[in-house]
Design a protein around this ligand. Sequence first.
Ligand code: URP
Ligand code: ZN
Ligand code: ZN
Ligand code: ZN
Length: 474
Amino acid sequence: MTAFDTVIRHGTIATASETYKADVGIWNGRIVAIGEALTDANETVDATGLLVLPGGIDSHVHIAQPSGPGIVMADDFESATRAAAFGGNTFVMPYCLQAKGQPIREALKNYHTLADQNCHIDHSFHLIIADPSEAVLGQELPALIADGYTSLKVFMTYEDLALSDLQILQVLAVARESGALVQVHAENYDAIRFLVDKLEHDGNVGPYFHAKSRPIVVEREATHRAISLAELVDVSMVVVHVSNRESMEEIRRAQQRGLTIHGETCPQYLVLTEEDLKDLGMEGAKYVCSPPPRDLASQQACWEGLQQGVFSLFSSDHCPFRYDDVQGKQPPNARTSFRWIPNGIPGVETRLPILFSEGVSKGRITLNQFVALTSTNHAKTYGLTRKGSIAIGNDADIALWDPKRQATLTQANLHHGADYTPYEGLEITGWPVATMLRGKFVTRDGKLVGGKVEGRYVSRAAPFPGKGATSTAA
Ligand code: URP
Ligand code: ZN
Ligand code: ZN
Ligand code: ZN
């Protein structure tokens, strides 16, 4: 018998804090040795000139989520996780969306059915709480959190999703008792409704006006309010997809006051601006997301948030739609007003190359910050105990990166279900050349390896101890 199933030799390992040359020994899906001159393996992978990084963990993706009448998301679990793997990821956290009046367990059953045996990489689910009824708050949610669904998302905007402040407080209180973590989509729904009505009334209906209907103040106010609600309940929170300086500074102030508020930003806020929405017809629609991309100063602010640790999470917010007419997937009514354009852009495959190239290769962040922002912090924040770092005992979820490889992002070379990439033509330095899930190659040299889909559902630990037990015991 050999000591290892696989040894990765001569690579440069990077973790969230260190960069060093060593070999990695893998046995039974786990990293079992890190050292010099490891031999005695069934397979030896030569990683000379390559970086050996933990596989990316994308803690914010939308897959196969209902998105309004007649609108179908462009990825199922197979295509989304295939694209993710080609982009250097080994774990995604999509959402389970509860419909109004629906038991969350029923929604979960549907998502598991779609995901099981269809994922190329591992996954877990965040729960979107659209209807925090007494039954949900009192029984269902605490039981689900105990079962390993330990993160929730609440929305302050969107029809059918926006919760009142009272409802958000009620969800936060359950999270505090149970040790779960709540993500918040922070935009002021009433302000958006007011602006959408006004813009439409004035005949301003093109995609560009989507951005104008959600100016920075709409996001900053909601961010401040969300943080205040978390402070009131004394609970942690993740403010997701932050787009600008004012919201970033709200989070920084909260962190400086000792609150555990995590910030997340996404590629669209680093490389796109609202000018991209200016094309008429459906071209501008391809950049519609909420919050919208802003301007160069906001991009700079998001970089500072990443550099200075205000943002600990860099996710894609992958939310893919098609704008061609394939299988009737073009959003109905989208041409009549920006109101009807589905919100979201694809990005699960391009997240890591964009941050590597614009961040590491251009000297804005270190390689170790890259690892922390794209993998390690996601595992720590969301309770993935065996993932997110090249370390003995962890799952051998590994991405091999060629830091010098040049590429141009183009739809023709991507693997997602969308019919475009908002990053078409972006020049990239640094590319994930192979991805390994629990010690087995999923992608290698631009090809999918093997015919099997081996991604598993992973139940997560509660990120916090939960304050319910201690308070009743005292
Ligand atoms: O526009 C966006 N961000 N779409 C995805 C849904 C969400 O709010 O995260
Ligand atoms: Zn499942
Ligand atoms: Zn959101
Ligand atoms: Zn999202």
